[in-house]
Design a protein around this ligand. Sequence first.
Ligand code: SF4
Ligand code: SF4
Length: 117
Amino acid sequence: MAIIITDECINCGACEPECPNTAIYEGADDWRYKDGTSLEGNVVLTNGREVNADEAQEPISDEVYYIVPDKCTECKGFHEEPQCAAVCPVDCCVPDEDHVETEDELLAKQRFMHPDG
Ligand code: SF4
Ligand code: SF4
């Protein structure tokens, strides 16, 4: 499943540079599928949704750092454990029960975003 940042976040910014998928953004910042991935133009996600990777998307939180569920692979394919949770000083990066995925699904997402490894 994806990881979610709770409203306990103190906006320290420690997690953002640790994410291998660039799935973490500062509150109120736009996000894009193409940021930190190989995606560009119109793409069909592994969940079947069609998106434009270059288009700016609305922030998920205006108050605190947030994680884009479509881009979070729980660090599968890169690291043994979620790097955001590992560095967060207030332990507010927790499993997102609304975005439950299998390990195979997470690895497929990772390969889709980073086909060149
Ligand atoms: S678990 Fe990994 S991929 Fe997901 S947001 Fe945290 S650092 Fe990024
Ligand atoms: S490391 Fe934790 S407290 Fe700091 S910005 Fe990330 S989620 Fe918020």
